[in-house]
Ligand binder design. Structure first.
Ligand code: ADP
Ligand code: MG
Length: 504
């Protein structure tokens, strides 16, 4: 576990006409399981295939077809549970959630209402400035995704694409421990990061592979603490659920407008009605989708086609032993092994590809701090300018490590290093060979530097007089010598020699 102490962030407070209000948020995150086949059929999960080309008879709800559970999807849910430090239930079971919709040909969704595969866990959500909150996970269950109805392709007809029907989802349900819009986004971001590290969900929100139902309520200051002491929900306000959010920005905006809507209702003497709402990004408002009275009666019952799912502890232990490094642990290691700041370690572990790249640079250069500087400032800056991802980076960790090694050895100055970086980035090649071939080596030979200093002093007698009275002006001479040597003189040696000559 990360050996850092954090302060709890302050909850978001909205000032109403009758006093302050605080936000309480709980999220139900739907994460598509990374798996080649669907949860109960062998059909492909490939995104962007021809409509209705990845559909097995089971997915299409053909009569007499029986679901067969995909072991890899179960393993992925277990991995995710372990990554969230959660209880793994060795016995879980599938239930039918019955409803009618054209994109659900079975007439029911197979889910896990009563006995989920993963129980209670927790996620550390960092918010910068040394603040973080532990958000409790209530459960994770496996379920089938639905297909896609398309209503905007034809004025008189609707279409349905069943490619997504039956794809495995993990529903990750949090406790109402999230206290503001930024925290909600940071929580989703943290889940996404952990699952990407584990390889259990690709986290692609644009493709809908990660989406969240956001539950929001408001309460008076002090009420949430009473809830935490007693776990009694009656201390909290009535919540509304905003369905199917797949953008971090919209999640935050929706929470804010929804909280303000609820505050206005209560302050007007009304009561918030528990209901499902939709967020309209164009109008920045939430709209009622269905109230509790019109809520579906899903008539849940144990799915008769599937036996309870029993897994063995030894199998879980084996998965745990091969889980790989989690982002928090990796971040902790970067801080302790390389002396990086919390911020730098966060940046370098945000995406696993960054961390792997960084460690490649360290391996070659042997200097973690210098490597971190070069990766974060120079490389990321350069990639951003080119709108390139680290996965398409034209300079390899070994090459950048080579540049850093030359700086560390004192072979090139910081300024020359930037030129060298640009050469290797655009032209490729071995940094040490380029430095040799193009004469970019730093001049540490004091006699050569002294000759340059003498020349500059001889050519500028007036400046010398001024500098003798005001030592701060020595910097001008340093600049002249650096210019004359094409930035190759060792700055420390130049400073020293100039100070000696001007002082003496
Ligand atoms: P349901 O079974 O009706 O969906 P759950 O107890 O499963 O209700 O809760 C669903 C989500 O709503 C959970 O993520 C939970 O944390 C959140 N939640 C529950 N009560 C509140 C509340 N008062 N304010 C905000 N979120 C809440
Ligand atoms: Mg629920």
């Amino acid at each position: 576990m990360l050996d850092l102490t954090y302060d709890a962030p302050a909850p978001k407070v909205i000032a109403g006409a009758t006093g302050d209000w605080e936000l309480v948020i709980g999220l139900e995150v739907h994460a598509q399981v990374s798996s080649r086949a669907k949860l109960f059929s062998g059909a492909s999960t490939l995104f962007g295939a021809e409509p209705n080309s990845n559909v097995a008879f089971v997915d299409a709800g053909m009569p007499g077809m029986l679901p067969v559970i995909n072991e890899e999807c179960v393993a992925q849910a277990v991995r995710t549970g372990l990554g969230l430090k959660a209880e793994i239930n060795l016995v879980s079971a599938f239930d039918r959630k019955n409803y009618f919709y054209p994109d659900l040909p079975q007439g029911y969704q197979i889910s896990q209402l009563y006995h989920p595969i993963v129980g209670e866990g927790e996620v550390l959500v960092e918010l910068g400035n040394g603040t973080a909150r532990v958000v409790r996970i209530e459960r994770i269950h496996l379920e089938q995704d639905a297909g896609k109805s398309i209503h905007d392709m034809d004025p008189t007809m609707s279409f349905v694409d069943l490619n997504r029907t039956g794809v495995a989802l993990m529903e990750i349900v949090s406790r109402p421990d999230i206290r503001g819009p930024e925290e909600a986004a940071a929580y989703v971001g943290k889940l996404r990061q952990i699952m990407k590290y584990l390889g259990t969900c690709d986290g692609n929100m644009q493709n809908g592979n990660l989406r969240a139902d956001v539950n929001v309520s408001v309460c008076r200051p002090g009420d949430y603490e009473k809830y935490q002491e007693t776990q009694d929900f009656s201390h909290l306000g009535t919540r509304c659920e905003i369905k199917n959010m797949n953008s971090m920005r919209f999640i935050q905006a929706a929470i804010e407008v929804e909280a303000r809507r609820q505050i206005a209702i209560i302050e007007d003497g009304g009561a918030v009605v528990q209901e499902t709402r939709l967020y309209d990004a164009d109008k920045n408002e939430t709209r009622s989708m269905r109230s509790k009275e019109e809520a579906h009666d899903y008539r849940y019952f144990p799915c008769p086609d599937l036996l309870p799912l029993e897994i063995e502890q030894a199998w879980v232990d084996d998965i745990a032993a091969n889980l790989g490094t989690l982002p928090d642990d990796l971040k902790g290691r970067f801080i302790s092994d390389y002396g990086l700041s919390d911020y730098d370690a966060s940046v370098l572990t945000a995406e696993q590809e960054n961390a792997v790249y960084f460690e490649g640079v360290v391996a070659k250069s042997g200097d973690g701090k210098l490597a971190a500087n070069w990766v974060i400032n120079e490389l990321f800056g350069r990639l951003k300018k080119d709108e390139t991802e680290i996965t398409d980076c034209p300079i390899s960790p070994d090459q950048l490590g080579g540049v850093v090694a030359l700086i560390k050895a004192g072979d090139i100055s910081g300024k020359i290093a930037k030129d060298l970086f640009e050469i290797v980035y655009t032209e490729g090649g071995d940094p040490a060979e380029i430095v040799e071939a193009r004469g970019m080596k730093q001049v540490t030979d004091t006699a050569a530097i002294e000759a340059e200093v003498d020349k500059v002093i001889a050519e500028n007698p007036a400046q010398v007089e001024k500098a003798k009275e005001n030592p701060k002006l020595a910097g001008w001479f340093v600049g002249q010598v650096m210019k004359a040597t094409g930035g190759k003189a060792n700055p420390a040696a130049v400073n020293q020699i100039i100070a000696k000559k001007l002082g003496g």
